[in-house]
Design a protein around this ligand. Structure first.
Ligand code: ATP
Length: 242
């Protein structure tokens, strides 16, 4: 479904991604793991083409194909319209807008009223709390509620592929479990392919079908959770089991 081939992304003179390649198969939950500064967020921003202020086009090299079409030089709104949803790190909901307004912002590329209403119902099915809070100002919600709203907003573009940057960041273990369960439901019930960036390796390996490990801008491992869990280096450095 998504084919990333040999991409290089730079921040001025710093090369953040050193020619990385990977694939995401339709229907899977795929995790991108790695420690702070490995380049995980940069991978997602490169796919969404969120480098407005860069002096040169990013990625400088390589190609990104979504459903067979090269997208590495498309605008972000076109990429959303093609079917990639994005939940950025730290949620970034519109704090002054209420819940319903935030959700409708997620449908800005669409004009099919009935479809939008049906998707709104679907979001409320996954996140009943958002239905109860439609009029609440988003900036006043808790971290977990804002994460739910950010995921709900991304669903409103009716994505085929949903990319999430650290959905567990700053959440309690209980809420993290809840969020991961909902992500699993979105994958299984709605048929949305999931690409998940996580520092919480333990949780990610519980829910993913396949995982890539990124270190210093390079993919160093690509395997199933079952294999990665038994890997001595991963146990020691990422799972804290010596
Ligand atoms: P984290 O989990 O801490 O967000 P990450 O794996 O997502 O880490 P990135 O944010 O993608 O890592 O950063 C990769 C590298 O690029 C880091 O060395 C970082 O310092 C650098 N970097 C990221 N954004 C910028 C920027 N706007 N300007 C310069 N360097 C940047």
């Amino acid at each position: 479904m998504l084919k990333v081939n040999n991409i290089e992304t730079w921040y001025d003179l710093i090369r953040a991604l050193h020619g990385i390649s990977f694939e995401i198969n339709q229907g899977d939950v795929v995790a991108l793991l790695g420690s702070n500064g490995a380049g995980k967020t940069t991978v997602l921003k490169t796919i969404m083409r969120l480098f407005y202020d860069a002096k040169t086009e990013q990625p400088e090299k390589g190609t990104i194909e979504f459903l067979g079409t090269p997208i590495q030089r498309r605008d972000t709104s076109a990429i959303v319209k093609m079917g990639i949803g994005y939940v950025p790190e730290g949620r970034e909901v519109f704090p002054e807008l209420n819940v319903l307004e935030n959700l409708l912002m997620g449908a800005y590329t669409r004009n099919d009223k009935d479809g939008i209403q049906a998707d709104l119902e679907n979001v409320f099915r996954h996140f009943p709390i958002l239905r109860e809070r439609t009029k609440q100002q988003a900036g006043l919600m808790s971290g977990g509620e804002q994460q739910m709203l950010a995921i709900g907003r991304a669903l409103m573009s009716r994505p085929k592929l949903l990319m999430l940057d650290e959905p567990s960041l700053g959440l309690s273990p209980l809420l993290t479990h809840e969020i991961f369960q909902i992500i699993k439901n979105i994958n299984e019930q709605d048929g949305v392919t999931i690409f998940l960036v996580e520092q919480n390796v333990n949780m990610a390996l519980k829910y993913a079908h396949f995982a890539y490990l990124l270190e210093n801008g390079r993919i160093v491992r690509a395997d199933t959770p079952a294999v990665l869990r038994e890997d001595e280096d991963i146990k020691e450095f990422y799972l804290g089991i010596a």
